[in-house]
Design a protein around this ligand. Structure first.
Ligand SMILES: Cc1cc2nc3c(=O)[nH]c(=O)nc-3n(C[C@H](O)[C@H](O)[C@H](O)COP(=O)(O)O)c2cc1C
Length: 339
């Protein structure tokens, strides 16, 4: 692993057992920052005060054209919370979480108070999956995912008040692939949206600790040099869109996570559930590839909702088996910790 991916090298043995509470809470953040965010914008900041960690939205890292409501930002903060709480439980902390502690317009999306009292570990097996989890954009093997595994994911979502629709039929997958293709055509045809996305695409050897290196999309080093440029041009973007649609049709499973309501609190809670699902899948060696494009476009989101008979689709997911993909970089804790 090279230095650019050093943040994924976090070892349990480095937990500062005899350090201060501040040192210990800071250590937990090493796991929190490994959460996913679309397109790896990492739109978060943290503050540690006494026994409390605050999670704060970094709106400089939001996507004004692609995600004007900040829906995916809140989903990603839910993912951060899951990692943080799993790590806290693993290292023997109990926690008391407040979502949106300053109301819906506050900058803080969550605050968590920690106490040195062993909390029941809700998912003891998932902690070790935090450093294994990754988005995988490869073509997946055709072998089906075992029914019991899919059932486990579906049941977990249901237990949290959400819905995970699992589509395995050619017809169901084709309907979602068609919606994805139309979403990509609409988004890529829009210069502002294309430019906003292209700004987060990086050359493979970039030293930047955020955004998507070209290798995430299978670009060679040479292609990745032109990365931002080729992503920002319609032709190359369209060929990428064709690959994604074909991959979706050929995957054993396409799934959609949906909610009953659609507000900041819902997005945060759905993010918490989503990251748990992502880690459960990682434990079962099932890979996820994610798509928020159709959900960002109201007419296509509505079409998805009608097909599935759900209220609010939040994430379209391609699932299957594949070799692990390389991680993407993360900003170190020092960079995201406010004084
Ligand atoms: C809420 C959310 C939405 C996402 N939407 C997309 C998407 O539309 N297309 C895509 O290729 N990846 C999407 N991703 C995946 C991110 O690009 C990925 O998580 C990020 O680059 C970090 O990489 P990692 O998941 O491998 O750690 C999304 C992730 C999240 C959490």
């Amino acid at each position: 692993m090279n230095d650019k991916l050093a943040e994924w090298n976090v070892y349990e043995a480095d937990f500062p057992t005899s350090g201060t509470l501040y040192d210990q809470l800071k250590f937990l953040l090493n796991y929190a920052v490994l959460a996913p965010s679309g397109p790896n914008t990492q739109p978060w900041k943290f503050a540690i005060k006494s026994d409390e960690i605050s999670l704060v939205a970094d709106l400089h890292r939001s996507l004004p054209s692609l995600d004007p409501s900040h829906r995916t930002l809140y989903l990603s903060h839910g993912c951060v919370l899951t990692n943080l709480l799993l790590a806290a439980e693993h290292f023997g902390f109990d926690h008391d979480v407040k979502c949106l502690p300053d109301g819906v317009s506050g900058e803080r999306t969550a605050s968590v108070r920690f106490s040195r009292k062993e909390a029941p570990q809700r998912f003891p097996d998932l902690f070790s999956e935090i450093t294994r989890r990754h988005t995988n954009r490869k073509s997946f093997e055709q072998r089906p995912i075992e029914t019991e595994k899919l059932q486990k994911l579906e049941d977990y979502a249901k237990g949290r008040g959400f819905r995970l629709d699992i589509l395995t039929s050619d017809e169901g997958k084709a309907e979602m692939a068609d919606i994805l293709a139309r979403a990509q055509k609409m988004q890529l045809g829009n210069k502002d949206l294309r430019k906003e996305l292209a700004a987060w695409i990086r050359p493979n050897n970039s030293e930047q600790k955020d955004g998507l290196p070209g290798y995430s999309f299978g670009y060679s080093d040479f292609e990745s040099y032109l990365g931002s440029f080729i992503f920002g041009t319609l032709d190359m973007s369209s060929s990428r869109a064709r690959v994604e649609t074909a991959n979706m049709l050929a995957s054993p499973v396409v799934a959609v996570l949906s909610t009953e309501t659609d507000d900041k609190m819902t997005w945060l809670k759905a993010g918490v559930a989503f990251e748990t699902l992502f880690l459960m899948a990682t434990q079962m060696d099932v890979r996820f590839d994610l798509f928020s494009q159709p959900i960002a476009l109201p007419e296509l989101r509505e079409e998805m909702a009608k097909i599935l008979n759900v209220k609010y689709p939040q994430l379209l997911i391609r699932m299957g088996y594949a070799e692990p993909a390389r991680h993407t970089p993360r900003r170190p804790v020092e960079e995201v910790l406010m004084d």
